[in-house]
Write a protein that binds this ligand. Structure first.
Ligand code: DGL
Length: 270
């Protein structure tokens, strides 16, 4: 398939959490048309097997390729850890950007010999992908991971900035795994919504909070520039597809994208 600057950018996630990444891309690159796919019929991905996430991701890539996307962004850590290598092989001629590599580059260029924490879904943590890539970066960084499976559903239900979320976040962040860290990677695209609460938890402690939406948006811009695929003018409305529509998903898009958007149902299997 030949791609041109006018083609849209495809972005997908298990649900609507990846809209945080879509929002950062839109802010940085307002001329780009986005086609977002949220696999709401199969969320959460964080508790699924690698094989299941791979099957869903291939199906979603087919949808995005049919819409002539010039680039596919995996806006989900769980899918990035389970399906990135497979999608790279499966999708020929269209670049795939995951949310993990831009964060690893940021960490490796900012820290040496540091203890860094990571919170994410069970799938992301169990995959060991961050551990392997941090190790490969060879900066003497010790990564301390903790699976925090309650956080994504809690956020999706609109439970944040309240007493319940404060307590759950405090319970997780006080785990022995995260003692003595100098930075914390938010390895789930839902977590930018609780960034403020996490910063409040650390209060005056010198713990840098690292969220991937901006570094991923920068990686997208860098790639489009280098490939000569940056769009110079708006030429199509953004589309937001979901594999299962509910009014409550649509209402929640405001939280993740900064404004409510219209979701179109697009089942993955007919
Ligand atoms: N947004 C997904 C991620 O970045 C997590 C949500 C889920 O478990 O589906 O890992």
């Amino acid at each position: 398939m030949s791609v041109s600057p006018n083609n849209p950018i495809g972005i997908f996630d298990s649900g609507i959490g990846g809209l945080t990444v879509a929002h950062a891309i839109k802010e940085l690159l307002p001329n780009e048309q986005l086609i977002y796919f949220g696999d709401t019929a199969h969320l959460p991905y964080g508790d699924k097997s690698e094989a299941a996430i791979q099957a869903y991701s291939v199906r979603i890539a087919d949808v995005l390729l049919k819409k002539d996307c010039k680039l596919i962004v995996i806006a989900c850590n769980s899918a990035s850890s389970a399906a990135y290598e497979l999608l790279k092989e499966y999708v020929r001629g269209v670049k795939i950007i995951n949310v993990i590599d831009p964060m690893i580059n940021r960490v490796a260029s900012t820290f040496t010999k540091a203890a860094i924490g990571l919170i994410g879904t069970k799938r992301t943590v169990q995959s060991g992908v961050y551990l392997r890539k941090i190790d490969e970066a060879n900066k003497g960084i010790a990564l301390h991971q903790l699976a925090t499976p309650l956080l994504a559903p809690m956020i999706e239900e609109g439970f944040f900035n309240n007493q319940i979320s404060h307590e759950i976040i405090a319970q997780y962040l006080s785990a022995p795994e995260l003692k003595g860290i100098s930075a914390l990677i938010l390895a789930c695209t839902h977590y930018p919504l609780i960034r403020k609460e996490i910063e409040e938890y650390y209060n005056h402690q010198p713990v840098a909070i690292l969220d991937s939406s901006e570094v991923v948006a920068l990686a997208v811009k860098e790639y489009l520039l280098s490939a000569g695929l940056l769009n110079s003018r708006v030429n199509g409305a953004d589309q937001f597809l979901v594999s299962d529509y509910t009014a409550s998903f649509e209402a929640s898009t405001r939280l993740f994208f900064g404004q409510q958007v219209h979701l179109q149902e697009h089942p993955l299997w007919h």
